[in-house]
Design a protein around this ligand. Structure first.
Ligand code: NAD
Length: 277
């Protein structure tokens, strides 16, 4: 029997990147999977977000693994929308046992130039969206006495970087919320943990806007041009990790056997956490 047979998992921001990797890995191990993504660009974010076609492709991959999939265009900033998705999943699939609050955006500027629109978008998606996700799934988990919740923070949830005030505030906030939620839900068979990735090879990192931010000295910086800058943020001499490296940590934390691991932060960051006191 696969490890997650008869489990139902929700993954937000699952149209591509790390979210798709988590959704497909859970399906390959026996879980039915509920996925959502906003599938819409935002003026405050300087790179394209996922598309409806991306979300459909993740659904196809989940179903190709032999599992049921509910895929809906939902913005996690909209509490009623994520609550409606959870209600539909509980009605059609019976429950949600596992929730991965993964949806996130990156946008930044030096704080003296940071527009309120960017602040609102980053805090809205990365912090409030995670709250909405936990708030939506936890009542059913409490009623059933079982749940595994993982939030996706960042190495910038325990450190700082220039131009990242909003992103850092959101991810430090995710870690504080995760720990508090772990205590709130501790008596109900529910664990809540954070994973803190380093630089992961997804469209959030590999885009012209970020490349230009880290190499303002070049007109059209390439991946090779930015690699040394990204490597300097890690401890090991590697610029980027693959999404499945984060998925491995997620799979560990959402396992039934991880019953007494809660309120923790697991870095998947090539040693960056070792540099934080
Ligand atoms: P990504 O841009 O490929 O994926 C993020 C997904 O979230 C996209 O499909 C996007 O459309 C979706 N999304 C954004 N806002 C949303 C909203 N309000 N509602 C629903 N969906 C929304 O990037 P990724 O690297 O896969 O990011 C996944 C998570 O990992 C994010 O929380 C991100 O902050 C975090 N993270 C990424 C890195 C990295 O280096 N890539 C590092 C640390 C943490």
């Amino acid at each position: 029997m696969d490890e997650f047979t008869n489990r139902v998992a929700l993954v937000t921001g699952a149209a591509r990147g790390q979210g798709r990797s988590h959704a497909v890995a859970l399906a390959e191990r026996g879980a039915d999977v509920v996925i959502c993504d906003r599938c819409e660009d935002n003026a405050a974010v300087a790179y394209p977000l996922a598309t409806k076609e991306d979300l459909a492709e993740t659904a196809r991959l989940v179903e190709a693994a032999g599992q049921r999939c509910i895929a809906v265009q939902v913005d996690t900033v909209d509490r009623s929308a994520i609550e409606a998705l959870v209600a539909r999943a509980e009605a059609e699939l019976g429950r949600i046992d596992i929730a991965i609050a993964n949806a996130g955006v990156s946008a930044g500027a030096p704080i003296q130039d940071l527009p309120s629109s960017q602040w609102a978008e980053v805090i809205g998606t990365n912090l409030t969206g995670v709250f909405h996700t936990i708030a939506a799934v936890s009542p059913g988990m409490v009623a059933r006495g079982y749940g595994r919740i993982v939030t996706i923070a960042s190495m910038l949830g325990r450190s700082a970087a220039p131009g990242q005030a909003a992103y850092c505030a959101s991810k430090w906030g995710v870690i504080g919320m995760t720990k508090s939620a772990a205590l709130d839900l501790a008596g109900h068979g529910i664990t809540v943990n954070a994973v803190a990735p380093g630089n992961i090879s997804t469209p959030m990192v590999h885009n012209d806007a970020l490349y230009r931010m880290v190499r303002p000295d070049l007109e059209n910086p390439t991946r090779a041009d930015v690699a040394p800058v990204f490597a300097s943020l890690h401890g090991q001499p590697v610029p980027f990790l693959e999404p499945f490296e984060v998925t491995r940590a997620v799979l560990f934390l959402v396992a039934e056997a991880s019953a007494h691991i809660t309120g923790t932060v697991m870095p998947v960051d090539a040693g960056a956490a070792a540099k934080v006191t």
